[in-house]
Design a protein around this ligand. Structure first.
Ligand SMILES: [Zn+2]
Ligand SMILES: [Zn+2]
Length: 389
């Protein structure tokens, strides 16, 4: 039996729309509290530490987070390999979290268990970070798909030094001060030891003999690129679309990470979206529902003609199979639901008022059977109430 897993947002104690920063902060707090070095031999602390790390591994990764938001734990089955979230995944989280860019606690970071991977060769190319950018889409563009040209902000390899950070004739070598580790380890501190970021290489593990003038030795420059992206049909509000290789450049000329476009989809004046289904609330004349007839309705694939049967009740729904949102990813093709709503006629001409008056004056209980049944019930109720007096 599968064990009952807690909701990742609940584990970290953050809102479902928490941003990357809030998630990072929440995890840092929990990691400090439950770290095994602070709770030696405490099985519960260890479990809590692992649980928080797993939640962070998912919620800090835009792709995994999206999948979790849509499918819950079910969607995370193959996210961590066959055995679920294990020591090597934990090592990845800790490396990612405490390995770089973590300046909240005086530049320390720690290894855990043996899950952490040492940086084998600081001069080896590393894959760049994934980035995230929000885009706004009209309801129609999300439904039909579109091609857009967007401005993308990313760190790219410096054109002058080709990403090495070294000026011409100079090169990047392992930092002698820290032996390429990027950190210096000392005893003491919160977890029994403190690792200071190496002041010489600033945690990079490498130094350049003569830094490139354009990028100051970083190897990266900020770029504002124009990128053509294709939005597939069927994108929903909140979905992320991956644009491969348009994230930040990697260190030592490593490949660029991916860009995730988080889509905000505008509402439509005509349709409502419910998952893959579309809902069209179609106002019609009460006469059409009473008499029946043909009714043209808009669908994503063109105009369809509905056949309305005589005596169709107000609020009746007709389903048009396969006329909803196009299949996307694991989501199947949706349906279109047309809700028929009788609109009360307004601003009647004298002639129309006369005709409606004629109709009203000729009504019988058979004309409105529900009203007749209700009148019976009201009578019985009034009779019963009269006896209490
Ligand atoms: Zn440069
Ligand atoms: Zn160093």
């Amino acid at each position: 039996m599968a064990e009952q897993k807690r909701d990742y947002y609940e584990v970290l104690g953050v809102a479902r729309d928490a941003d990357a920063d809030a998630i990072k902060k929440a995890y840092r707090k929990l990691a400090m509290k439950w770290h095994p070095d602070r709770n030696p031999g405490d099985k519960e602390a260890e479990a809590k530490f692992k649980e928080a790390s797993e939640a962070y591994a998912v919620l800090s990764d835009p792709e995994k987070r999206q999948r979790y938001d849509q499918f819950g734990h079910e969607g995370m089955r193959d996210a961590f390999g066959a055995g679920g979230f294990d020591m090597s995944d934990l090592g990845d989280v800790l490396n990612q979290f405490f390995g770089g860019g973590f300046d909240g606690g005086g530049g320390f970071h720690f290894d855990f268990g043996g899950g952490g991977r040492r940086r084998a060769d600081p001069t080896a190319p590393q894959r760049g970070e994934d980035t995230e950018q929000a885009i706004r889409l009209s309801f129609e563009d999300a439904l039909f798909g579109t091609s857009l040209q967007i401005r993308v902000h990313a760190a790219v390899a410096c054109p002058d030094c080709g990403g090495t950070g070294a000026a011409k004739g100079s090169k990047r070598t392992a930092c002698k001060h820290c032996g390429g580790a990027g950190v210096l380890r000392q005893r003491g501190g919160l977890f029994g030891f403190v690792q200071q970021t190496c002041p010489v290489c600033r945690g990079e593990g490498t130094v350049v003999e003569k830094p490139c003038k354009k990028c100051g030795g970083d190897g990266f420059v900020a770029a504002n690129e124009s990128v053509d992206v294709t939005i597939p049909p069927g994108v929903a509000d909140g979905m992320s679309i991956r644009v491969a290789g348009k994230g930040n450049a990697g260190a030592n000329n490593g490949p660029r990470g991916d860009l995730y476009l988080r889509c905000a989809v505008a509402p439509s004046a005509l349709f409502e979206r419910d998952g893959q289904d579309l809902i069209l609330r179609r106002y019609v004349s009460p006469a059409l529902l009473a008499l029946g007839g043909e009714l043209p309705v808009e669908t994503p694939n063109g105009t369809a003609t509905l056949t309305i049967r005589p005596g169709t009740p107000n609020g009746a729904v007709q389903r048009l199979r396969g006329q909803g949102v196009r299949a996307i990813g694991r989501f199947p093709q949706g349906d279109l639901h047309v809700v028929l709503l009788a609109e009360t006629p307004q601003a009647l001409t004298a002639e129309q008022a006369k005709l409606l008056g004629k109709l009203r004056d000729s009504e019988t209980d058979k004309t409105f059977p529900q009203r007749a049944a209700q009148a019976q019930a009201a009578k019985a109720f009034a009779a019963r109430r009269a006896k209490t007096r």
